[in-house]
Design a protein around this ligand. Structure first.
Ligand SMILES: [Zn+2]
Length: 364
């Protein structure tokens, strides 16, 4: 198994095209062809984490936060980012980050925060737009099934809990091959009419190349007639944050204890309790203040996230209670999820969770 195998596996879960434009997820250093000796999973990739990887014989670190976030113009070791990179490169350790793409992925960071809190009946808080496309193509009716099978295998028509979804209607296709053509049906310079199916499928935009390759390969024609359409549809399983429900309603005292117990917190910051019972909970791992209005619109009694600034707390007004539990505390559980995912998919090398506490924030 190589570094590339792990990258591919991680990107099946969280495609890089789902990351925010400011982000830098993906393979940050190391060769894709390097054989894996072991994988170390951490929330942050710091010098201490690289040192741990060296000691444990792991030559790939899979982290949530990209250690290189802005461009590097030199590599002299003048700050912790450069020292971390130099240490990793010296010891042939590859670093891979799955960041905002993993925030957005189904069963990503916020989903796992909700799981850790024991929430039920959940869904994505702000589903993605423009991550789906539609493919329409024309195929002789007797070859339609083979093309549908091929594009479904490449990921078309698989949305939510439904697979192999398509719509087709039958009509007449017309064409005239020229003298250089090698037509499957018909002959040069003779107008042809063929019974064809028009097939339509929706697909995740990041799978377009593979789906079109599968179509062209399985289609009997020399020239395949198809078109791809951009869609504004939302994709319910992909997007930011998560909203779900407590197994039973609680008052603010019960909820406060529950939250601390479930996440092992000593304390958290919050706006005033609203004096009503708490049942519906919105969450966002990391810095989630941008989702406050979505949480309010979703009817959340409480919004749990991290990194709220003083003035942002005012925005809760009397609509919901903000609970700022800390950036690290709201995301650290993703280590377990990445560990479970990679351990399930690979068995020929060790997949370890980092024991380094990379949280730069301490509480006195
Ligand atoms: Zn984060």
């Amino acid at each position: 198994m190589t570094v590339q195998d792990i990258c591919q596996s991680m990107e099946t879960w969280a495609p890089l095209s789902w990351q925010e434009s400011y982000d830098n997820a993906g393979l940050l250093c190391g060769s894709r062809n390097q054989t894996i000796t072991g994988v170390l999973i951490s929330l942050d990739c710091t010098e201490a984490v690289v040192q741990e990887a060296i000691e444990k014989g792991c030559n790939l670190i899979v982290a949530h936060h990209p250690i290189v976030f802005k461009g590097l113009k030199s590599l002299t070791g003048k700050d912790y980012v450069e020292r971390t990179m130099i240490l990793a490169i010296k010891h042939d350790i590859a670093i891979y980050a799955s960041h905002t793409n993993l925030d957005h992925a189904p069963q990503g960071v916020s989903y796992h925060l909700a799981q850790k809190l024991g929430l039920v009946n959940g869904k994505v808080l702000r589903p993605f737009q423009q991550s789906l496309k539609q493919l329409t193509y024309f195929v002789p009716s007797d070859a339609a099934a083979q093309t549908r099978e091929a594009i479904h295998a490449a990921g078309a028509g698989q949305i939510g809990n439904y697979t192999d979804c398509s719509f087709s209607q039958t009509g007449i296709g017309r064409f005239t091959p020229n003298e250089f053509a090698n037509p499957t049906i018909g002959s040069a310079k003779k107008p042809e009419e063929v019974q064809e199916d028009q097939v339509q499928v929706i697909f995740p935009a990041h799978l377009e190349r593979g789906i079109l390759a599968a179509l062209l390969q399985s289609h009997p024609y020399e020239e395949v007639s198809y078109f791809v359409t951009h869609l504004d549809n939302t994709w319910q399983e992909v997007g930011s944050g998560y909203v779900a429900e407590l197994p039973q309603a609680m008052d603010s005292n019960q909820f406060s204890t529950y939250l601390k117990d479930k996440l092992g917190l000593n304390h958290f910051r919050h706006t005033s309790w609203l004096g009503k019972s708490i049942k519906r909970i919105a969450v966002c791992g990391g810095a989630g203040s941008f989702l406050l209005q979505d949480a309010i619109r979703a009817g959340a009694d409480v919004f749990i996230s991290g990194d709220f600034k003083y003035h942002e707390f005012f925005d809760a007004e009397n609509h919901c209670t903000i609970c700022d539990i800390g950036h690290y505390e709201s995301e650290v559980m993703i280590k377990d999820a990445i560990h479970a995912y990679l351990s399930n998919n690979f068995s020929t090398f060790a997949v370890l969770k980092s024991m380094t506490n990379s949280n730069p924030v301490s509480y006195a």
